[in-house]
Design a protein around this ligand. Sequence first.
Ligand code: ADP
Length: 695
Amino acid sequence: GKGKWKEFDSRDLLISYNALKVLEARYLLKDPNTLRYIETPQMMFRRVARHIANVEKLYGKDEKQVKEIEDKLYEMMSNLKFIPNTPALMNSGTRLGILSACFVIPVRDAMSTPNGDGIYDALRAMALVHQQGGGTGFDFSELRPKGDIVASTAGVASGPVSFMRIFDVSTDVVKQGGKRRGANMGVMHAWHADVQDFIRAKTGELRDTHLQNFNISVGVYDYFMNAVERGEAVPLINPRKTRIPGKDWDYYMTNARGYMHDESVQEYILKELEEKGGSVYLDESRIITVDEALVIAEKENAIVQWVNARQLFDEIVKGAWDSGDPGLLFIDEINRRHPVWYIGKINATNPCGEEPLLPWESCNLGSISLEKFVVEKDGKMSIDWDGLVEAIKYGVRFLDNVIDANRYPLKQIEEATKKTRKVGLGVMGLARMLIKLGIPYDSVDALYISYQLAKFIYYHALKTSIDLAKEKGSFPAYDPYYYHDIWESARDFGSLLEVSNIKDKPSDYVKKLTEVVDRLDFSLLKEERIKFGLRNSTVVSVAPTGTISIIAGTSSSIEPLFALAFVRNVAVGKFIEIDPLFLEYLRKYELDDPEVVQKIAETGTVAENPFIPRTMKKLFRTAHEVPPEYHVLHQAMWQQWNDSGTSKTINLKSEEPPETVEKVYMLAWKLGIKGVTVYRDRSKSQQVIYFGIKK
Ligand code: ADP
């Protein structure tokens, strides 16, 4: 009908040229015989909204109620206020059934096991997930080290790093529905005997050739970081030789005491450990200390070598400086702030780090475009908090429905996912929101906005999940008592600034702008949670939004603008982009002269440009011009109010020395971030985005 066409016409005008290119290349459905497009962007959003809203029928909603929800979900997407992760857009309502982006697959020290979690079982699981557009993470720390014995064949083990190469090649071969290559996270914990090989697996001569489909991260613990600071030695362990391979050593290294909140919880852990056979590492009344565990490891001959933690750390830093890998995962912090810590220990994350997950868990993501919630009020820019609440409410409902709409490739994944029902509502467009508010990214005001927004979004996401529990029930692994309210351990804004020695205070302007956040009462929410339950064990997550931010026409995730003008290299071709907000400013100052624009496009920045006014230079500082500590601090702000992870790239200038990487990694640990990655400009031959049009 006529109304229908009107919808298509007006909404599709919001889609930028670049967004359309991406949608065309990967997302819009084609007729398999003629290869002609059979949908427009609006039809795609409708397809997704309908598929996801249909789940409501399982919970007894009638046609009319389902349609109302469908319309809400459609509205959010078509206005580009909320976009779900790529697999949900690509696969909803099609033959392919995976709608989630994030998976963690266990790898036990065996070729194959009856439980389906040996090395080659993991390989198969990975291929099935990649085939449909998901990303996978693995912890390889349980594998026996290189050169160790293999009893069944009297042979010699190849070690985890060799096995990783098979996963890498398989990733190359299995293109995702012909649309994109898969992505992986490979983790090894700092105590593993092969950790030095692992650290070097992608650097130096191997930089542009090895493990190209992997991000790699070293799993570090507080004991390790403390040893780095003090220059102490740490043991490298052969996990095969601990009593239950991998398991016991692992329990101790987690520093379980770190995430025990009170005595009754300690009791619970003790009971669990006993039942699972971990009691060898307990004395009468408590979990043993690091020193005590070492005595046991020594008795078992599990210690292969002692190395200086400082040296190991320097190697990690050197590698990251040279090639971007390895990053760090802070395993203690991850487990300390894992809301359902009582059902297992997390050892790995998905490829970009925003989802620390238990073995076999998956998570689906979706992000709100923050810039859409900047409104003009009485001639001043402000934030549309009510609009934000609405987007959060339907965003969380959307993501929760995805868990039921998913067709899982393996039953282990389905079971683990439905047990905890993790979802990750995130954000994009922070940089552009800040510009619209007139606040430079590298300022205390911007950090304050990040902090307050994260708190607000987390509060309302949690509230929505409680409301959904009233309606549909809690996640099966929910335990009202053992569930850990991570907001109780969120650090306050001032103390985060103190860690980094920044003396400025937030202005009255941003305090006023966000005062609604100060009125939120988390303790009331806790009462409600205990009374009514909780639908999802995690509710928020900050994803990189690599593709969906292009679709939404905004800056990615919580990152600063990457460049004011640049060439974007993606699988389907090259795109030239000039930031439209920036163009608007140029016009405002009557600087939109072709010669000036050309000049800016050549470098991507205005830092050195004599024609550009100072305020504008400050506002449009790009990713490499923002001082590294502001990158880390923004990540820390968002992590405080986040029950899963915060993905962020700490972008560095090409000329930054290795010491900068070291400082960034240390600061990240001290700020309680769960994982950190740096990227020094031009440290890889293949870079997704290049500055400047001429390059
Ligand atoms: P998008 O914008 O496409 O929805 P993001 O850039 O936010 O995705 O990435 C979110 C997660 O999606 C990643 O951490 C990873 O788990 C998964 N992912 C991203 N790109 C790929 C890829 N090429 N192959 C497999 N998984 C991917």
